[in-house]
Design a protein around this ligand. Structure first.
Ligand code: CP
Length: 312
């Protein structure tokens, strides 16, 4: 049976194209399971997973927990706001104490870029990155690409044009999407204010524009990202109103394009800022399909990593 080339999921940067395709094929099978009346399989019956969320989350946290339950794993949930980290305990001490209770895998979201890489070097458990600061959010990129593949009935990604719009500088979703889509052969165009697009990002094999209409006219899929105000300690643009005026996507803009494109957003949406409600809720939007696919993708990642561990 095919296997992943990695023992942890720390970022898309560490995966090869075969890994990504294996995750998609496995997710296809789990999606079939999720559409059955009995949505549960015994695959991870002997596995215990700790979900450690040091940053807020709705979708990722619930999606991982549901994926683990669908695979029959035992789960424990840790929230930083109610834990002893508030009393000064280090990350390694916190995780080692949890592992002492015989935990096999750790799913972690943390505000510090590289926190999962650090943990994987110091902890004897498999680590899955559920978002580390402005660095990577690998399962989001996998579910995004899986949703494009499903919506557009793609057999491969070659020639697919994806525009990623918004706050690229502070977005882990943007970086993981760039790695994932370029590995799969898609073309990627980034669009946003010059202050929110990192200098020299073209070195990752993407193009840049600051004109939203040009980006939307070019692409097949637009992945619209949130302005990450919580990560911005200086002002990168004059006001949200101005941002919305120049970089916001709305239905009127979509209707003015020469073709019907697909709209995606990883959530949470700032309605009326980067995306209007009439665009977010339109028949061009696959935002809720992304959320649905997140469970199958996370089941695939958990299952394949557990198989990898069995191989030693
Ligand atoms: N897409 C995403 O990571 O959403 P949450 O922050 O709600 O998990």
């Amino acid at each position: 049976m095919a296997a992943l080339s990695v023992n942890h999921l720390l970022g898309i940067k560490n995966l090869n194209t075969e890994d990504i395709e294996l995750i998609f094929k496995t997710a296809d099978q789990f999606k079939d399971v999720l559409n059955r009346p009995i949505k549960k399989v015994p695959s991870l019956r002997d596995i215990t997973i700790a979900n450690l969320f040091f940053e807020n989350s709705t979708r990722t946290r619930i999606s991982f927990e549901l994926a683990e339950k669908r695979l029959s794993a035992d789960t424990i949930n840790f929230s930083a706001s109610t834990s002893s980290t508030k009393k000064g305990e280090t990350l390694i001490d916190t995780v080692n104490n949890i592992l002492a209770m015989k935990v096999d895998m750790v799913v972690m979201r943390h505000a510090s870029p590289g926190a999962c890489v650090f943990l994987a070097r110091h902890i004897n458990a498999q680590i899955i990155n559920a978002g580390d600061g402005t660095h990577e959010h690998p399962t989001q990129a996998l579910l995004d690409a899986f949703s494009m593949r499903e919506k557009l009935k793609l057999t491969d990604f070659k020639g697919l044009r994806v525009a990623i719009l918004g706050d690229i500088t502070h977005s882990r979703v943007a970086l993981s999407n760039i790695f994932c889509l370029t590995k799969l052969g898609a073309e990627v165009l980034l669009c946003g204010p010059p202050t929110l697009i990192p200098k020299h990002i073209e070195a990752l094999g993407v193009r840049v524009t600051h004109n939203v209409k040009e980006a939307l006219n070019w692409c097949d899929v637009a992945n619209v990202l949130r302005i990450q105000l919580e990560r911005q300690d200086i002002k990168y643009f004059p006001s949200l109103r101005e941002y919305s005026l120049y970089y916001g996507v709305n239905k009127e803009l979509l209707d003015s394009l020469s073709k019907k494109i697909t709209i995606m957003h990883p959530g949470p949406i700032n309605r009326g800022v980067e995306l209007s409600s009439d665009a977010a809720d339109s028949d061009q939007s696959i935002i809720l399909q992304q959320v649905e696919n997140g469970v199958a993708i996370r089941m695939a990642v958990l299952y394949l990593l557990a198989e990898q561990n069995k191989r030693g």
